[in-house]
Design a protein around this ligand. Structure first.
Ligand code: SF4
Length: 486
């Protein structure tokens, strides 16, 4: 392997467009969560500013540069990231392949060893990706083909496609692998992605320092950082001006918003809520331990706040919660859920649960199922525990067999399906405001309520991005059917 430079610090350089002598094309692909998707759009936007030409990942001829936004939250995420890099290398053996993201932050060396990878950039350098790549191209451009004697860079010949025609231009030499892995505080700008032009996701936070024993995120994303309210507000105003009716505040852990500043999540929520054109404000996943009575009391004064709370439970057994380092008990969680119902009687609470955590007994699992039923969640996202190298839990004794994990997942998913149906059924016959966003068939419109219930109605009008009142008549196929009343 030919790693010529391992940088632990990055000396920021100003790289102007003029330094890029011609336009290189960049394509990106994302593995993993919504936050990663954001980061990819932010990174592509910065490439555009630097004068690069953005192309779709699937386009042919291949791009000159590929950004693979990797994931390592699960082993599947890591595997997928490696596979994608392999596929790109086969499709575009002369391209500069940049392994970026959580996986790159946590295990840069592992990615640097993959054939075809030119640059490994961790999440701490999110705002410098375009700059680092520009620098790399400027320093490594050459007309030479890769050195086939370098076995580590050699693709698997058995499946190698014919080399595509390259444009007659200088090709950056991808042999010079560089790992950029700085430990610098993030200075996150506002960023957002849009969904069907109805709901926009506004990322206001990154990083986490909760160190749940099963989770790699604190190592991959670093300490919590928050976008200043002023910047978030400016972006939110632009989004509403562009017609978005709903904004979802999101981040790796929005409950940690303000930990690194003097501003609070409540202040941020209130400011964005007060934008006149905004119709709905939704919160993404929250840490239950941070939802105090005072916080809920203040939230209840905000009429545009969606009646939907996603609180990750992870286990209904106190013994397992302690082993997970979750900082709350089931009694505290139940108290918070009851408080939410008190302030928001029409609200839906959704959650995540990990089954098969090391040492989880049949009794612990039975407690979880019972607890989930008692709370009456609208939906439970069930995850089978998968040990992640680098986390404490991966070293715990009494790992659970895959068979048991599958069995428990199946039981909990069935419980979730039952609770979802019960929850929907409560809303039959009610009149609910629905923000319509898709048109799955002629005259059929589908949208979401404030609680995140899916509702379908018939209309000859174009209802895209419109909020209409719908009187619901029945539950079918995991959604409510109804008639528009206005
Ligand atoms: S709160 Fe726990 S599970 Fe969530 S990102 Fe932080 S460490 Fe991971």
């Amino acid at each position: 392997m030919n790693i010529t430079k391992i940088a632990t610090k990055i000396a920021p350089k100003i790289v102007t467009r003029a330094k890029i002598k011609r336009k290189y094309s960049v394509a990106a692909v994302t593995v993993g969560c919504k936050v990663n998707q954001y980061d990819t759009s932010t990174i592509l936007a910065s490439f555009e500013k630097f004068g690069f030409c953005i192309q779709n990942f699937a386009d042919f001829p291949p791009a000159d540069i590929y950004i693979v936004n990797t994931c390592t939250v699960t082993n599947i995420g890591s595997k997928k990231s490696r596979q994608l890099i392999g596929k790109i290398y086969k499709k575009a053996p002369n391209a500069v392949i940049v392994a970026y993201g959580c996986y790159a932050q946590v295990q840069p060396q592992q990615l640097a060893e993959l054939s075809g990878v030119s640059l490994v950039i961790g999440t701490q350098d999110k705002h410098k990706v375009a700059e680092i790549v520009t620098d790399f191209i400027s320093n490594n451009k050459t007309n030479k083909k890769p050195d086939k004697a370098d076995k580590s860079n050699e693709p698997d010949k058995s499946n190698e496609p014919n080399e595509p025609d390259k444009p007659n231009k200088e090709t950056p030499n991808r042999q010079n692998k560089t790992i950029k892995h700085a430990q610098q505080p993030l200075n996150a700008p506002q960023s957002s992605i849009k969904n069907n032009r109805t709901r926009a996701y506004l990322k206001v936070q990154d990083g986490c320092d909760s160190y749940c024993t099963y989770c790699i995120v604190p190592y991959a994303r670093g300490k919590p950082t928050s976008i200043p309210i002023k910047a978030a507000l400016k972006e939110a105003k632009t989004l509403t001006k562009n017609g978005y009716k709903e904004i979802v505040l999101t981040g790796v852990q929005i409950s940690a918003y303000g930990k690194d500043t003097t501003e609070t999540l409540l202040e941020l929520i209130s400011c964005i809520h007060n934008i006149p054109q905004l119709e709905r404000l939704r919160l993404s996943s929250m840490n239950p331990a941070t939802i105090t009575d005072d916080f809920l009391q203040e939230l209840a004064k905000l009429p545009k706040l969606c009646q939907h709370f996603h609180l990750s439970l992870q286990s209904g057994s106190n013994r397992i919660l302690a082993k997970m380092n979750r900082h709350y008990t089931t009694e505290q969680f139940a108290h918070i859920a009851a408080n939410i119902q008190r302030y928001f009687p029409q609200s839906a609470i959704t959650t995540d649960v990990i089954v098969g955590f090391p040492g989880e007994t049949d009794e612990d699992f039975a407690d979880t199922v019972q607890f989930v039923e008692n709370i009456g969640f609208f939906r439970v996202h069930v995850f089978a525990y998968s040990p992640k190298i680098g986390t404490k839990a991966a070293t715990f004794a009494n790992q659970i067999s895959n068979r048991t994990k599958e069995h428990r997942s199946k039981i909990l998913r069935a419980t979730s399906a039952k609770l979802t149906e019960q929850f929907y059924t409560k809303y039959i016959g009610q009149t609910l405001p629905v923000l319509f966003e898709t048109n799955p068939a002629a005259k059929i419109w589908e949208g979401l309520t404030s609680q995140y219930l899916t509702v379908r109605a018939t209309s000859t009008e174009n209802l895209n991005n419109q909020i209409k009142l719908v009187k619901t008549t029945k539950f079918s196929n995991n959604m409510l059917l109804g008639n528009i009343t206005e």
